[in-house]
Ligand binder design. Structure first.
Ligand SMILES: Nc1nc2c(ncn2[C@@H]2O[C@H](COP(=O)(O)OP(=O)(O)OP(=O)(O)O)[C@@H](O)[C@H]2O)c(=O)[nH]1
Ligand SMILES: [Mg+2]
Length: 357
């Protein structure tokens, strides 16, 4: 998982630490008071411009970062020219990993803001300081309006309608089965709607999952109106007091106007409380573009990224939240029902920097 991106970030921090090692020491040693209030003032001066509320919140997880930098004027200073060279390397590493351009820019400028003109405390390994800054930048791009799926389901009036959308073969049907399994474990009842009446075999595929899991399936015949299937599933859930309706939909290219219109119709006839975009992590930046198109057409609330288990690059996972402005709720990490993980920035940062693998 994310092997190639992880290696690239590692070689970036290693190179940064070597390149910056020979930099000058700060000059005004000893003159600065150690008194607490004074220290705080200095720290304030050296910090980059004010950040928005969201950005401030995202900064918290990297608790050790502040300890890396010298608040007084001693320590190793990071010089502008060297930093620009290094940021170029970082840009290349991110682009090669299929990270979307605005996200590359954001990470770069965040690392630059963080490091430029700051001094690294004596005794602190420069690589660790650069890594802390990178972790902070990555946590920041991932922290977009986080979604708490379980709390959403629990607190919402029942039945909660969830509609799954995305292009062909990204894993929508599999994600529905995994979510049904997750809900069952939490003692939340659900019903599935086989609203992919378009692809041959799609109804049978969902039926197999419903039988394995023991979940009620509402289906019509192949070729039937998918909006009617979703509507019936909601009626069933209301009559039988089921908590959640999971609406499967046909995979569609975002460029296919007829199918995109059909999706709008499902939304109109069977209004969902949450529209979940399912994207294949392996498609990298394409997945980001698809999410943007689906968002423009029906408005997505969050994303699930699948096939993360086979994704070495990590570009889609790093980019989608910032580029689309919608959070990743879950990631799929395999083909078993339990292979669905709640996504949060810390999970991703830990995987990229090796504290958890
Ligand atoms: N390795 C891996 N494979 C996955 C994951 N999620 C789904 N798949 C596989 O991806 C393939 C397509 O999954 P589906 O659930 O049928 O995809 P879909 O989006 O419903 O496809 P259409 O209905 O054709 O649009 C299947 O072989 C799944 O087993 C995952 O997280 N990891
Ligand atoms: Mg499907």
């Amino acid at each position: 998982m994310f092997r190639s991106l992880k290696d690239k970030l590692k070689s970036f921090t290693t190179k940064a630490s070597k390149e910056l090692e020979d930099l000058e020491e700060g000059k005004d040693n000893g003159k600065v008071k150690e008194e607490k209030g004074e220290k705080k003032k200095k720290a304030k001066k050296e910090k980059p411009p004010k950040k928005s509320k969201g950005e401030k919140r995202a900064k918290k997880p990297v608790a050790d970062e502040e300890d890396m930098f010298a608040e007084k004027r001693t320590g190793k200073k990071l010089r502008d020219g060297k930093l620009d060279d290094l940021l170029w390397d970082l840009e290349m590493a991110l682009l090669e990993s299929d990270v979307a351009l605005p996200v590359v820019e954001k990470i770069k400028s965040s690392v630059k803001d963080d490091l430029l003109g700051r001094k690294v405390r004596r005794g602190v390994d420069l690589g660790s300081a650069v890594e802390a800054s990178l972790k902070h930048a990555i946590a920041e791009v991932l922290a977009q309006n986080p979604v708490n799926f379980d709390a959403f389901i629990k607190s919402h009036e029942k039945p909660v309608i969830l509609m799954f959308v995305g292009v062909n073969g990204t894993g929508k049907t599999t994600v529905i089965a995994k979510i049904a399994h997750r809900l069952q474990k939490g003692r939340i009842s659900c019903v599935m709607a086989a609203a992919d009446t378009f692809r041959a075999g799609a109804i049978e595929q969902l039926q197999r999952h419903s039988e394995k899991l023991g979940v009620k399936l509402i289906k019509h015949q192949a070729g039937a109106d998918p909006a009617a299937v979703a509507y019936d599933a909601i009626e069933h859930a209301k009559a039988r007091h089921k908590d959640v309706v999971l609406v499967d939909t046909a995979g569609r290219m975002h460029s296919n106007i007829n199918l995109m219109d059909e999706m709008k119709k499902i939304k109109r006839i069977a209004p969902p409380h949450m529209i979940i975009f399912v994207g294949d992590a392996l498609s990298g930046n394409d997945t980001v573009i698809q999410a943007q198109k689906f968002d423009e057409t029906v408005g997505i609330d969050c994303a699930v990224l699948t096939k993360i288990d086979a994704d070495a690059k990590g570009g889609a996972a790093l980019s989608i939240a910032y580029a689309v402005g919608k959070p990743i709720a879950f990631v799929g990490i395999g083909q078993e029902y339990d292979d669905l993980v709640t996504f949060n920035p810390k999970w991703m940062v830990n995987r990229l920097f090796g504290e958890d693998t």
